[in-house]
Design a protein around this ligand. Structure first.
Ligand SMILES: Cc1cc2nc3c(=O)[nH]c(=O)nc-3n(C[C@H](O)[C@H](O)[C@H](O)COP(=O)(O)OP(=O)(O)OC[C@H]3O[C@@H](n4cnc5c(N)ncnc54)[C@H](O)[C@@H]3O)c2cc1C
Length: 322
């Protein structure tokens, strides 16, 4: 079938890759260059955040964890397995079940007291995929092009604007833009500000989801560290706020004291595509051709992207069988 995929972030490109693999003729339509997508600036660590429903996110997350872990093993550019530590001010009750994300990760253990920074009584240790998107997204785009996709640079205002490509199916994977294309007003921005600093030699990802100053996470990459962050529902600003930059630095230094010598490279802010529920769905009433939606991934697009794309490919195959 001819499939028009609208969007060239992680959601669109992962779908394009699987659809090409299944033998479809794919055109990727995107209004922005790769480096202007939300996917490109993401901290891009596997960790379910601000996305639902829980059961589907767990399933998509498990598929994506395995996919990225294999890519890390195969040394795909930008993908590594990163040792990680989640911190708790109070030691977690050993009788309570592990957090829901732990099932996909598998090997999760209590942190030793010597692994905790001052002020923390407990933590969990595990390894998750970390994806350096400035390397990975162009690599994925290259794979999609090499597999024969047609690329169209075009800003569309309605999905009807791609009907001239004569698609048999349209995949709506336009991130923050996806809602407006189909009059879905449940899509909302979840602003995130992060700070990129030099890496003073850190190798451990550390996070405190309940830091008194706000969310705190430190993700070391090959040549820098991503420090975060904020999660601001309803804010459309992509301008970094200098006061927030200082606050992020302060709380990240609390959880990773080794950052004291780090130097700021830049602060950036992006809009996570929020929605009460991630929408992965076949819609046959909207357009003259079937539409498969894949949007609303919130703070989890990299965490669940390959799982969602697997479902999208199955829905496109379902259309083809009719
Ligand atoms: C600061 C920050 C940190 C994050 N950290 C993580 C993390 O650690 N882990 C994680 O899993 N997730 C993280 N996220 C969330 C993640 O970045 C998103 O969930 C994900 O990038 C969404 O991908 P997408 O492909 O759906 O959208 P995008 O990457 O935004 O791509 C949308 C695509 O659609 C195209 N498009 C949109 N509208 C139109 C239109 N009208 N016409 C034509 N083309 C259009 C765009 O050009 C683009 O190609 C983070 C986000 C932010 C902001």
């Amino acid at each position: 079938m001819r499939v028009a995929v609208v969007g060239a972030g992680i959601s669109g490109l992962s779908c394009a890759r699987l659809l090409l693999h299944a033998g479809h003729d794919v055109t990727v339509v995107s209004g922005d260059p790769l480096h202007r997508t939300t996917s490109y600036l993401a901290a891009a660590v596997w960790f379910p955040t601000a996305a639902g429903p829980a059961e589907a996110v767990a399933r998509w997350g498990a598929t994506t964890y395995d996919w990225l872990a294999e890519e890390a093993q195969a040394r795909v550019p930008g993908v590594v397995m990163r040792e990680s530590l989640v911190l708790y001010r109070d030691a977690p009750d050993p009788l309570l079940p592990l957090p829901s994300w732990a099932a996909a990760v598998g090997d999760v253990r209590a942190a030793d007291p010597g692994e905790l920074p001052p002020g923390y009584a407990g933590g969990l240790r595990f390894a998750v995929p970390l994806v350096e998107m400035p390397e990975y997204l162009p690599h994925l785009n290259g794979q999609v092009q090499a597999a024969g996709a047609t690329q169209v640079v075009r800003h569309v205002t309605r999905l009807d604007d791609v009907l001239d490509l004569c698609p048999d199916v349209i995949v709506n994977a336009a991130g923050m833009g996806a809602g407006a294309l189909v009059s879905d007003d449940t899509v909302y921005p979840v602003r995130g500000q992060i700070v990129r600093v030099t890496n003073p030699g850190l190798t451990l990802s550390v996070r405190d989801e309940h830091h008194h100053g706000g969310r705190a996470y430190v993700h070391p990459r090959s040549t820098d560290c991503i420090l975060g962050g904020t999660l601001e529902e309803g804010s459309w600003s992509t301008e970094p706020d200098p006061a927030e930059t200082a606050a992020i630095l302060e709380r990240c230094t609390d959880i990773a004291p080794g950052l004291a010598d780090a130097e700021i490279i830049e602060s950036v802010a992006g809009l996570r595509p929020g929605r009460p529920k991630v929408r992965v769905e076949l819609d046959e009433d909207l357009m003259p051709v079937p539409v498969v939606h894949n949007y609303g991934h919130g703070g989890s697009g990299i965490t669940i992207g390959w799982g969602c794309a697997t479902d999208v490919a199955a829905l496109v195959a379902e259309v083809g069988r009719r």
